[in-house]
Design a protein around this ligand. Sequence first.
Ligand code: ADP
Ligand code: ADP
Ligand code: MG
Length: 542
Amino acid sequence: SCGICVEKCPFDAIEIINLPSELEEEPVHRYGDNAFALYGLPTPEPGKVTGILGPNGIGKSTAVHALAGETTPNLGEYEGDSDWEAVLDRYRGTELQNYLEQLIDGEIEVARKPQYVDQIPKQFDGKVRQLLERTDERGELDYLVDELSIRPVLDQAIDSISGGELQRVALAATLARDVDFYFLDEITPYLDISQRMTAAQLIQELSEDGDRSMLVVEHDLAILDLLADTLHITYGEPGAYGVVTDPKSVRNGINEYLSGYLDNENMRIRPESITFEEHAPRAATKGQPLVEYPDLHKSYGEGEFSLDVEAGTIYESEVLGVVGPNGIGKSTLAKMFTGALDPDEGELDTQLDIAYKPQYIEIDQPMRVDAFLSSITDQFGSSYWNTEIAQPLQLERIMEQNLDDLSGGERQRVAIAACLSEDADLYLLDEPSAHLDVEQRVQATSAIRRYTENHDATAMVIDHDIYMIDLLSDRLMVFDGEPADHGTARPAQEMRAGMNDFLADLDITFRRDERTGRPRINKPGSQKDREQKRDGEYYYAN
Ligand code: ADP
Ligand code: ADP
Ligand code: MG
């Protein structure tokens, strides 16, 4: 066993998967006997944004707790006392020496944005303003509040704001601090594309101001690509061990990671590469209408948000991608389809059976994953269900865990599985990509697509991951308007026209990486950006 393939490597005709030589040495940190071990540490650099890319459960947070001085690495000696001098000895003569010396001398201050912003309301009671004021160490809070558009929620209670608002509040709270080392554990969950770009720009600005070090863990490759100056890859066996590579250039790092082979390390980290399918935009092939809905209108209270839905049709066996900024009414429309919310004007056929995965998943029951899923479908455990759902969503390893012990990514996969396991006319998934790592996204995408194809099922998928939307969807429904004020849901259109409408509104064009085909955001004003805008081809250029 090579630690990557569970049993005999099925690819030995191609290449023998080698174990990293690091494993012959002592780790930087080990949690206990037979417990997770971390090899190597990332190197924060003053004035730079350092990215970390790797699967969930591979030790990224562990590495950061060490660099933040929150845990003293034990160098594998989990039974004795650990001490920083030993760690420094180990890293003398490396790029990290300087950093560790300052850390030990108490010269380094750290601010950290936690990965799961949903947990913040459990730890902090009070208004957004109160949380933020405590962090305003640089006198830049007003600027951050405006850039991140959180002024409208300043006087709301922390436990009443949405996930996207929480994410932006957490970013503002972290970036408002005056420290040497900022650590941001995933910046994109629940943010729309322009909010993601704003967050990236604020992080870059801060790194350049006063030589601060920024370390960012991120699974959105397009954003990581824009944001980071250098990149560490983490690989290994999630839950067992993780290795942090030396820094790489961002483009090479991402491409090597996707290819499954690290050039400098001469290391295969995955039996197969993650390929980005480049396909012509799907031509919609229409089946029978599943729902024909009239013009709809919904508003919340006097002068609060209002949504206009233009009449449209959803066809049987199609996957509809749904895109638009946050706060534009996507979830409101989803809730009208499920019948949880009634339109003020217009009527919806509520005879439909709908399986719904909400954006924010609350499954805090003291119940095991297997018990929960078998309560949803009697197909549970059949070889068919295993192949279609459990395997691609990597559920085997978490079946015996309790729902309330799951990490964000695990919870997301269980919720997607629960939704697809229902017998329904329409599957409605609200932001299935949140908290999934790159491989999990690719696998979840193909699981959803394959499931709908094999079952002639109809699905609507709301997501901000443009690549996931492109791979999944037959047609695209675009929302526009003024977030938090009014929104309009346009009828679904063909992919090319829909992407062009959506991205023109954002003023962003994408090109494909020559080597891997992955979509990359063009630099605003670059030659490609100008050409594509001139041709009106925002996504499917070439
Ligand atoms: P990542 O940030 O890459 O998702 P983490 O560093 O959070 O990964 O975790 C890596 C592994 O270490 C996981 O298997 C996790 O369960 C385990 N782990 C994390 N913290 C502890 C701990 N305090 N004790 C034992 N195991 C832990
Ligand atoms: P999206 O899914 O596109 O992010 P939503 O449909 O969740 O947008 O919300 C649209 C707008 O309606 C937001 O400004 C949100 O704050 C507001 N909103 C949502 N639910 C309610 C409610 N129950 N009462 C008042 N305003 C609401
Ligand atoms: Mg983590």
